[in-house]
Design a protein around this ligand. Structure first.
Ligand code: GLN
Length: 483
């Protein structure tokens, strides 16, 4: 039962092969049995899950239909869930029970999805390895000595290990696509503004975007359908109609123009990954795609720009955690300044503190023009590169990551080494474009992802290409041993 995709579950429920309650019980038992190896959950919500599953079964019995009605999912632990701990992977919010549901949580619940729990993540979504969580590192089910990627590592590890079919995640600089690549999943970062950020605890507000992590493009289409849409509570939410993502999965790829940026195949890329990417290009050519070399000349400036903009926004967003209104408060403060200092010093881990300091520095008088303003100008150049490229091609294709999942702890003493691994993913966030990662093969038994980028609001095109690719390849069906 645990092997089923969301699409298979929807068919099984519609055909009355099993109930949502039965399925929910099987998966909850599986999580209890197997998750101690992975540490992919911060909280399990058994009671809520069973309640929602029974309600979904009742709705089906009364004739209601829907691909998510009775489907088990989990939420990355930065989506606010009413009355349930929403920790953001931080000691700061270990005691925080959200007073309301995030829009994404409310929409999925209304569609009948069943919440099994809240998944582990890098603290405040800062990281690429899921090692900065206050709740401990998450392990990669493909090799328990390796990281699952981050910051949505809990969602990725849980779905890859077949603890559940799909989960929500967020992507500020790659945190949906990179863990998807590291764990053999399909993950989609939508266009900025496509999915509401209301109730999604902010890391870098101009970059953050929620999206689905699942095993197949077909399942990403189902989950995205439940997440996307205009929300008046989010001032950056865009009031555009949401297309039927499942309906366009089988569109022909004949004549589709795929651009491959020459900058992607630089020295930093593992040659074994380069070869797998070339194989995926050949596969897409067989399906009718036309390949064209393109250039994204400002790509090399994207990492430094991102690592100024993201910490700058984070330093501002995280100022609300002051020991007064939310979360951790130190014992016996001597005065207000002592309360702020010790609550924040005790509540935030080292990576979060590092970024707050970098961000506060970049925004301070005298440095603002030199760092923040400069980074914003680079951001515009990166976007312009994409706009020029999308005049010539329909999709941009390349590796999701330069290397496969590294060993736990391997980059802990050198944060910049981890930042460099984001080279292929962060440009889409800087430009606000949609991006998808899908399985493309293995290196040393570890999964490799291929990334597709599309123009604004063309999530359907990404899902269509990925689905066609998945109908003709079987990488996405491989299961990690032991799960
Ligand atoms: N690795 C990037 C960072 O640490 C991206 C994280 C994310 O997308 N949340 O900022």
């Amino acid at each position: 039962m645990h092997q089923m995709t969301l699409a298979e579950i929807a068919r099984g429920l519609a055909d009355k092969k099993f109930s949502s309650e039965e399925l929910t019980k099987v998966l909850l038992a599986r999580i209890t049995q197997l998750d101690p190896q992975l540490n992919s959950f911060i909280s399990l919500t058994e009671e809520l899950a069973l309640e929602q599953a029974k309600a979904a079964d009742a709705r089906r019995a009364s004739g209601e239909r829907g691909a998510l009605l009775g489907a088990p999912i989990a939420h990355k632990d930065l989506f606010c869930t009413q009355g349930i701990r929403t920790s953001c992977g931080s000691k700061m919010l270990d005691n925080f029970k959200a007073p309301y549901d995030a829009t994404v949580v409310a929409k999925l619940a209304a569609a009948g999805a069943v919440t099994l729990g809240k998944t582990n993540m890098d603290e405040f979504a800062m990281g690429s390895a899921n090692e900065s969580s206050w709740y401990g590192a998450v392990k990669n089910p493909w090799n328990l000595e390796h990281v699952p990627g981050g910051s949505s590592g809990g969602s990725a590890a849980a779905v890859a290990a077949r603890l559940l079919p799909a989960a929500t995640a967020t992507d500020t600089g790659g945190s949906i696509r990179q863990p998807a690549a590291f764990t053999n999943l399909t993950g989609l970062k939508p266009t900025y503004g496509r999915v509401s950020r209301w109730g999604m605890i902010a890391y870098a507000s101009s970059l953050d975007q929620g999206g689905p992590l699942a095993r197949t493009a077909e399942d990403c289409a189902i989950l995205l359908q439940g997440m996307a849409g205009f929300d008046q509570n989010d001032s950056t939410s865009i009031d555009e109609p949401v297309p039927d993502y499942s309906a366009s999965l089988n569109t022909s790829m004949q004549g589709l123009r795929i651009g491959v940026p020459k900058e992607y195949f630089s020295v930093g890329l593992d040659p074994r990954i380069a070869e797998l990417i070339q194989n995926s290009i050949k596969e897409l050519q067989k399906l009718g795609a036309v390949i064209k070399e393109i250039s994204l000349p400002n790509m090399q400036h994207a990492i430094p720009a991102y690592y100024v903009i993201a910490p700058a926004e984070a330093s501002s967003n995280l100022s609300r955690f002051d020991g007064v209104r939310f979360g951790h408060r130190c014992e016996n403060p001597e005065n207000l300044i002592d309360l702020y200092k010790r609550s924040r010093g005790e509540g935030f881990g080292p990576e979060v503190q590092r970024r707050i300091m970098v961000g506060a520095y970049a925004l301070s008088a005298g440095y603002y023009d030199a760092y923040y303003l400069k980074a914003q100008k680079i951001r515009r150049l990166v976007k312009n590169d994409f706009m020029a490229a999308f005049n010539e091609v329909d999709i941009i294709l390349g590796p999701t990551t330069p290397n496969p999942a590294w060993k736990l702890g391997a980059k802990n003493s050198d944060p910049v080494a981890a930042y460099l691994e984001d080279v292929y993913t962060i440009t889409a966030n800087l430009a606000g474009l949609p991006g998808l990662s899908m399985p493309a093969g293995f290196v040393d038994g570890l999964p490799v992802g291929v990334q597709l980028l599309a123009p604004y609001f063309q999530e359907g095109r990404l899902l269509n290409v990925a689905h066609q690719y998945q109908l003709n390849t079987d990488w996405h069906t491989r299961t990690p041993t032991g799960f």
